[in-house]
Design a protein around this ligand. Sequence first.
Ligand code: SF4
Length: 259
Amino acid sequence: MIKHLVMFSGGACSYMAAKRVIERHGKDGVVLLFADTLIEDPTLYEFLDSSSKFLDVPLIKISDGRTPFEVFEDVRFLGNSRIDPCSRILKRDLLNKWREDNCDVETCLTHFGLDFNEPHRLRRVEEKHAPWKVAAYMTELPVVTKEMMLQEIKDDGLVPCDLYNHGFSHANCGGGCIKSGIAQFTLLLKTHPERFAVWEKAEKNMREMLGKDVSILRNQKNGVRKNVTLEDLRIRITGGDQLTFEESCDFGGCGCAVE
Ligand code: SF4
């Protein structure tokens, strides 16, 4: 019987959440559940398997079979920081359906990898998941920062997703989450140009298919919001332009399986 279902993204915080679950309740009835968008960094897939082995609890991998960009084509909408059909279809709906089919609402506690900065999000998660009970142990004391999490993962003899080594704050979808901001996509361009090119092409295809000026990124200057395509960003950055201070702070967020 599944007593503790850990929504396991392959990120550092969901790993630490799984560890706290096991520390508090033991391994019995603990399951890690991962929804695959098929475009994760190869090292994230390795981390999933090695962490399940190290924690000695089963890892269940599920997938819709489509990538985020295939979902955008099917729903005829390019996801962005505000509207994200990819995370609804490829993560939340899929994870929730698996839980409905495999767990008992009376006896299963669902765990999320929210960190100590995010206790306010837990309240929203509780409302959205009711009547399922939810928990996020990494929002609780003792506080563990991202750096401490990554160090603990290494101390456990595991190798965290390589994206963290390049300065990415989220390891989801290969560093190209559509909820990311200009700073993160610039980082993707500089560290993984071939991956950026795939995202750029996919965005271009969507623009052509829809015949509309749509883009993943937006810029706001003097209260005026403007679409920024990945092609625009690449031309600008490879041409030597620097991000403004505001842009360099715009990493965006994720929370894919959470809300
Ligand atoms: S991580 Fe981002 S791009 Fe990937 S499914 Fe979630 S919201 Fe979509």
